[in-house]
Write a protein that binds this ligand. Structure first.
Ligand code: HAM
Length: 417
């Protein structure tokens, strides 16, 4: 046996129904909020993520699946969707066709992380991005979509946390204050933090090393260093969330693990997930489109981990299969007619099943029970000679003869009634 690669998963019957349920709700909500789907390749040039996701991130430094292809090109399996979405927006000049572009995408991502519950090496994201809109109402609408998704899935006890990390104007002042506050404590922090202090001091907030936490807890907060326009913007976002009755709290440590964020950042946390508790995360990235060679357009978005949504989904959700009709055959003539009826049912939009091998009536009805069939149609014998079939209501345990020519209509009335 050649096993699957560590950190990757087959999604099997019994689980796949929950996935399809999450995907259905995601597609339907995105389209209700005015987002259109985009599908980008799973492979991109390595430099797209080095530049887009950012050189100082864990993703680029430690987690990318990168390789040289046979043509000598450096290729990366996408670790996140945002740089690909920006590339597609820029490459196809979508700012002309869609001045305010609201796009979404769904698919697999790859990160070489240490696998644990909720953290995998191949995982899937719903990714949502808006280009070219700056108003705080847009930030709030994106957060509303994220929150509505979690609500529509019935995920209990979710929590929305928000923060603002400022812009190119006010961020340097915050970073300076951060380094000043660290002062003599810097050498006491872990090696990673020492490196972060040099490359991107905000990253220190990502540190999970327990010994570092008391020092980090005392560091200044980005919201206290916002310039006037960032502060006004952040107040605006909060005002909309309040008006719409979406509960939130500020998390000062929410700087997010990617380099491109400006202003609003947010996450929705789940209570049942253990250490990997972020169901989704995102924020504004106003300089990214330009830095990837595009026009000066703002951006904001989020990505939800589909594995985590499926894990947090209440028991029983997604299990609702459409009613099945079982077709049972009596004798060889019955079998020919039953196969014909089976196909007619399916073409009429009804899920239908039948035993392929000839079996006794008892065995066939047992199978209908196991399939939890809503109805069974028994085809064959004298009835068929009279132009009739037997329609059995499996729930009520009652049956009656119906005409063969009207069988589909009779089944429909029973199943849909
Ligand atoms: P992220 O926080 O890196 O952001 O990932 C978003 C979500 O993807 C996480 O909250 C989590 O649910 C899921 N996720 C991340 N890594 C893993 C993993 N190894 N296994 C399972 N699930 C995982 C981004 O990716 C940004 N591109 C989001 C964004 C879009 N920001 C603006 N637009």
């Amino acid at each position: 046996m050649i096993p699957a690669i560590r950190g990757t998963h087959d999604i099997l019957p019994g689980q796949v129904e929950r996935w399809q349920y999450v995907e259905r709700i995601a597609h339907s909500l995105c389209s209700r909020y005015g987002y259109v789907e985009v599908r980008t390749p799973v492979i991109e040039r390595e430099e797209l993520f080095a530049k887009g996701t950012g050189e100082t991130t864990d993703i680029v430094q430690k987690e990318m699946y990168s390789f040289e292809d046979k043509g000598g090109e450096r290729i990366t399996l996408r670790p996140e969707a945002t740089p690909s979405m920006v590339r597609a927006y820029v490459e196809h000049s979508l700012e002309h066709a869609l001045p305010a572009a609201k796009l979404y995408s769904m698919g697999p991502m790859f990160r070489y992380e240490r696998p644990q519950k909720g953290r995998y090496r191949q995982f899937h994201q719903l990714d949502v991005e808006v280009f070219g809109l700056q108003d705080p109402a847009v930030d709030a609408e994106v957060i509303d979509l994220a929150w509505s998704l979690v609500e529509a899935l019935g995920i209990p006890e979710a929590e929305l946390v928000i923060n603002s990390v400022g812009c190119a104007e006010c961020r340097p002042r915050f970073q300076e204050a951060l380094l000043k506050a660290l002062g003599d404590d810097l050498p006491k922090l872990c090696q990673d933090c020492q490196r972060r202090a040099k490359t991107n001091p905000l990253r220190i907030y990502d540190c999970k090393v327990p010994a570092d936490q008391p020092i980090i807890d005392k560091l200044p907060h980005s919201v206290d260093y916002l310039c006037e326009s960032c502060a006004t913007h952040f107040t605006g976002v909060q005002g909309h969330l309040d008006q719409w009755g979406i509960p939130w709290r500020i998390s000062h440590r929410l700087v997010r693990g990617l380099d491109y964020y400006t202003r609003t950042t947010f996450e929705v946390l789940g209570r049942t997930l253990g250490a990997q508790n972020a169901l989704l995360g995102g924020g504004r990235y106003d300089g990214l489109v330009k830095s990837l060679g595009g026009p000066d357009r703002t951006g904001i978005g989020f990505a939800a981990g589909l594995e985590r949504l499926v894990l947090a989904l209440p028991e029983g959700r997604g299990a609702e299969a459409p009613p099945v009709v079982f077709v049972a055959a009596v004798g060889d003539d019955g079998r020919v007619e039953a196969l014909k009826l089976l196909r007619e049912l399916r073409r009429a939009g009804i899920s239908a099943a039948m035993e392929f091998e000839a079996r006794s009536m008892k065995a066939q009805m047992k199978r209908a029970d196991r399939l939890k069939a809503r109805a069974a149609v028994i085809v064959g014998g004298d009835e068929l000679a009279r132009g009739e079939v037997t329609l059995r209501d499996m729930r009520a345990g009652e049956q009656r003869a119906v005409s063969r020519s009207n069988a589909i209509q009779s089944v429909k009335t029973l199943v849909e009634g």
